[in-house]
Write a protein that binds this ligand. Structure first.
Ligand SMILES: *[C@@H]1O[C@H](CO)[C@@H](O)[C@H](O)[C@H]1NC(C)=O
Ligand SMILES: *[C@@H]1O[C@H](CO)[C@@H](O)[C@H](O)[C@H]1NC(C)=O
Ligand SMILES: *[C@@H]1O[C@H](CO)[C@@H](O)[C@H](O)[C@H]1NC(C)=O
Ligand SMILES: *[C@@H]1O[C@H](CO)[C@@H](O)[C@H](O)[C@H]1NC(C)=O
Ligand SMILES: *[C@@H]1O[C@H](CO)[C@@H](O)[C@H](O)[C@H]1NC(C)=O
Ligand SMILES: *[C@@H]1O[C@H](CO)[C@@H](O)[C@H](O)[C@H]1NC(C)=O
Ligand SMILES: *[C@@H]1O[C@H](CO)[C@@H](O)[C@H](O)[C@H]1NC(C)=O
Ligand SMILES: *[C@@H]1O[C@H](CO)[C@@H](O)[C@H](O)[C@H]1NC(C)=O
Length: 832
């Protein structure tokens, strides 16, 4: 008890002493709460008009078991520090969690400035310190290590009553330190309670957030030191942030600044800030159309409050005094007319605040520029503050931005996968080569062109499927970037709509075309949204549609994909005006989709079941290359010791695996079933469910299987491909499609088998086309001289397949490359 009373008494003396010192302040502002401590120093220190108390007095506000303070040697006499080198000669060291408790005399925001300067003294080398700092419930610094230069970190939090508690927590095996600290009230109204979000325009409350000043810049190429500021702030010179120096001119005129208006006061920013500015350099060219741009460093993943300070201090009145203000590429203020905004009071300052949501990169770009090339274009900025806003984890430290799983385990996975891939590719190549040689030798007797039986392997593109880790951060897009890309979700750009919402076509700033899927708030698909992003960000494959980014700002659920020029497979099969796909194109599309699904099932450590395979989810790029899309329903496959995953039925009617439907057992074979349905859609060119048909034919699966059993395969073929499809190819295709539809998953082939058989079907088609066309040409060539060599790859488009097939040849496809390869070697044989 006695101790406590003694402590409070001591504290009272201290508070009155500090207050007494503060009231001597010359700057005009006397903060109601004002704690300035020169940590570790036995004597108090005056800096300009303020006095930093000696650390001895603080024992009642400081709770620590150890009294360790260190002093720098005499060698550190000349530290260049804006706050004065006197603060950096001593430090307090904490070898265990310790805290300062500051009673707050008036509720409101306080600034907390922490001064760090690591020096080595006795047994403590402060450069090795490693620690975290928290205030109330906010993380200010996490696992912090001090740099060699004096560093001042400025935070602000709202304290409504009672005490402000500042915690120093050393990391395991290390210690914490601080050279000096300031805790003082910020004048009311200086920091807004809320501000407008860029792009959405909605208001965002700041009241219960902690803030950290990351950049405070004085335009006009001059630094304003704390001693010259009304609130002891440091305003950095803008010259190191200027993008193009030649586009900027600094102007100075302190005398024309006037705080007579109601707007900003000399607390918002002092005369020394409003009295200097950087303006657009239009001196050489009165029609200059360019921006003055600053690049400012920030930590990605946070929201930032951006405060602009303007003041017209230009010597000559300008007729067209208006300009545009941009943050990143976003136009935050169009035609900013300073004269109008300040009510035509000359020299009156103006400030405005915006919040940039989830900044994705480590630089923030701020630009000012004339809207058009009027005579005497003008753009001016006097000051700029960039303030980090604490995130949902109540943290201001970049370590608390969610990153995906440890990159170490991913690295191991990548290495294992790459080694595996190399082995697969090499062995596939060796096997292929041996088979090919053997067959060529065996078939040589039968004549040169009978050589292409089934079972030829094309490149299966496994090498394109590489699981690699990209931080989710790289994928996160700010909402305004998406608005910009889609022209604010223009109806003219809608590509499609469904239960989930709409898909828009968009163009990113780098001119990349994208498809933007925006879920409506009603469609409750947050789980599906997450699944899709998590899956897509984990892998990339030639035949899986790529994730470009996503946005979850303000309850939005937006996914940005690569743009697929030719839409989905379904729209090229029936019920649309698109030209019909040839049989070979259809085969190549099926092979592509099968590769994508095969990769999903086998390419990653844990197999993934797509669960919604259908022709509408197979997309086609500008070369009609197929990519599987829509992973919203996808699920990780069964664990090794289990055979299936039990789950609620989801998927699309008509494509559902009956086994899954009846027994709720999900395996990769459910995808195989659905893919079998797609194969029949491709073969028959009709919808999966067609209510306009007689009842027994409504369902494609029943219709196809029934006809196959009766041996009436030809009857169900899409009339549009009936002439070109070769019987062998058709038979092979129907055979594998039917196997996919086996009632019992066990009897269905794997995706790898399906892929193999489809490649066979393509090969059979190509062979028959070759054979036909060569029969026409062979006699001529045999007699011809060297100039009339057969060049099958060149000629079969015009002869056997008709001119409509010419387009196919232009497509880059492995089958053709291979066909060309083989045909070249045939030519070689013929010449001999
Ligand atoms: C703490 O240590 C300093 C010097 O290291 C000493 O001057 C001071 O008296 C100590 N304070 C207490 C309360 O022991
Ligand atoms: C203090 O630690 C830093 C970083 O570990 C090291 O570079 C420096 O040499 C050390 N200084 C002394 C005096 O030991
Ligand atoms: C801080 O967290 C504690 C519980 O952990 C809670 O009681 C208190 O209200 C929080 N304080 C603030 C300022 O949010
Ligand atoms: C800053 O303050 C110093 C003295 O404290 C003074 O000499 C100097 O002119 C001031 N600079 C500005 C830009 O006000
Ligand atoms: C612009 O800044 C430079 C360097 O700080 C200074 O020398 C020059 O006088 C300034 N010009 C004006 C017009 O203020
Ligand atoms: C700031 O303005 C107030 C009155 O508005 C004035 O009393 C004070 O001296 C000014 N401070 C400075 C540093 O100019
Ligand atoms: C200024 O920058 C913005 C944002 O990057 C851009 O949209 C605008 O076209 C630029 N203006 C000029 C004149 O270059
Ligand atoms: C500024 O412009 C707006 C619209 O152009 C006008 O309504 C307003 O009166 C102007 N303000 C002043 C102070 O002239």
């Amino acid at each position: 008890m006695v101790m406590v009373v003694g402590g409070s008494f001591k504290f009272l003396i201290w508070v009155s002493l500090v207050s007494c010192l503060a009231s001597v302040s010359l700057g005009g502002y006397v903060p109601p709460t004002n704690y300035l401590i020169n940590c570790g120093s036995p004597t108090s220190t005056s800096i300009g008009d303020r006095t930093f108390a000696a650390d001895d007095y603080t024992s009642s506000v400081l709770s620590t078991q150890q009294n360790v303070s260190v002093a720098a040697g005499s060698s550190s006499g000349s530290i260049s520090a804006p706050y004065g080198s006197a603060l950096y000669r001593t430090a307090r060291v904490f070898t265990e969690p310790s805290r300062y408790t500051f009673p707050i005399r008036q509720s409101g925001r306080v600034w907390i400035r922490l001064h760090f300067f690591p020096f080595a003294s006795g047994s403590y080398n402060l450069s090795t310190a490693h620690f975290s700092v928290a205030a109330q419930n906010f993380t200010l610094l996490k696992e912090y290590r001090s740099k060699a230069d004096p560093e001042v970190r400025e935070f602000s939090i709202n304290v409504n009553s009672g005490n402000l508690v500042l915690n120093f927590a050393p990391s395991a095996g290390s210690f914490a330190f601080v050279n000096a600290l300031e805790v003082f009230s910020i004048p009311g109204g200086l920091i807004p309670e809320s501000a407008q979000m860029i792009a959405s325009g909605s208001s965002h409350s700041l009241g219960n957030r902690a803030l950290e000043t990351v950049q405070r810049v004085n335009m006009g190429k001059t630094t304003v030191l704390p001693e010259n500021d009304t609130l002891w702030r440091l305003w950095d010179s803008d010259d190191k942030f200027l993008r193009h120096d030649y586009l900027a001119v600094n102007v100075t005129d302190f005398s024309s600044v006037s705080f007579k208006n109601k707007g900003p006061t000399n607390f918002t920013a002092p005369v020394s800030v409003y009295g200097t500015a950087t303006r657009l350099n239009s001196d050489g060219d009165p029609n200059t159309l360019a921006n003055v741009t600053w690049h400012l460093g920030v930590d990605p993943g946070f929201d930032y409050l951006i405060r602009f300070h303007f003041c017209d201090i230009l010597p000559n009145p300008h007729p067209n005094f208006y300009f545009n203000v941009y943050v990143e590429s976003w136009l935050v203020y169009k035609y900013l007319d300073l004269k109008n905004l300040t009510g035509y009071v000359s020299g009156a300052p103006y400030s405005m605040d915006y919040i940039a949501g989830s900044v994705a990169s480590d630089t923030l770009t701020i630009s000012m520029g004339p809207p058009n090339s009027d005579n005497n274009p003008i753009a001016i900025l006097n000051g700029l503050e960039i303030v980090k806003i604490s995130n949902s984890k109540n943290s201001l430290d970049v370590l608390d931005v969610s990153f995906p799983k440890s990159s170490k385990s991913n690295l191991v996975r990548i290495i294992l996968l790459s080694v595996g891939l190399i082995i697969i590719v090499i062995s596939a190549f060796v096997v292929f080569f041996i088979c090919w040689r053997r067959r060529r030798l065996a078939e040589a007797k039968k004549g040169p062109f009978a050589a292409y039986g089934g079972g030829m392997i094309y490149s299966t593109d496994y090498s394109n499927g590489t699981a690699f880790s990209i931080s989710k951060l790289d994928y996160r897009f700010p909402f305004y970037a998406i608005q910009e890309a889609t022209d604010s979700f223009s109806e003219n750009l809608v590509l499609g709509a469904g239960g989930f919402g709409k898909v828009y076509k968009g163009v990113l700033r780098d001119e990349m075309m994208v498809a933007v899927k925006r879920a409506t708030s009603q469609s409750q698909g947050i789980a599906e949204f997450r699944t899709e992003i998590e899956l897509l960000s984990q892998f990339r494959h030639r035949h899986l549609v790529s994730l470009i980014g996503y946005c979850d700002e303000m309850d939005e659920m937006i996914i940005v994909y690569e743009y697929m020029q030719n839409g989905n497979l379904k729209d090229h099969l029936y019920d649309s005006d698109n030209p019909s796909l040839s049989w070979r194109q259809r085969l190549e599309v099926c092979i592509g989709a099968a590769k994508g699904l095969h990769y999903l099932h086998t390419g990653t450590a844990k197999s993934i079941i797509h669960r919604d395979v259908k022709s509408a989810n197979i997309l086609l790029d500008d070369n009609f290359m197929a990519k599987v899309a829509d992973f919203g329903l996808s699920k990780a496959g069964p664990e090794i010791d289990k055979t299936h995953v039990s789950t609620a039925v989801k998927g699309s009617f008509g494509y559902l695996d009956p086994e899954y439907f009846l027994r709720l057992q999900l395996t990769e074979k459910s995808d195989v079933y659905s893919f079998g349905v797609v194969l029949f859609e491709v073969l028959c060119g009709r919808p999966v469910i067609d209510p306009s048909l007689p009842r027994e034919n409504v369902n494609l699966v029943d219709y196809a299987v029934k006809n196959l059993k009766k041996g009436k395969l030809e009857e169900i073929i899409d009339p549009k491909i009936r002439d070109e499809i070769k019987p062998e190819s058709m038979k092979k295709f129907a055979e594998i499609a039917e196997k996919c539809l086996a009632d019992c998953g066990l009897y269905r082939p794997s995706m790898g088998d399906v892929l193999w058989n489809l490649e066979c079907a393509l090969q059979l088609q190509v062979n028959e086309e070759f054979a036909l066309q060569l029969n026409d040409e062979l006699p001529r060539s045999r007699h011809g001289d060297g100039n009339s060599q057969i060049s099958p790859a060149k000629s079969f488009g015009t002869t056997a397949m008709g001119s409509t097939q010419l387009g196919d040849l232009a497509d880059v496809s492995m089958s053709q490359v291979f066909a060309k390869l083989v045909s070249d070697s045939e030519e070689f044989q013929l010449q001999k």
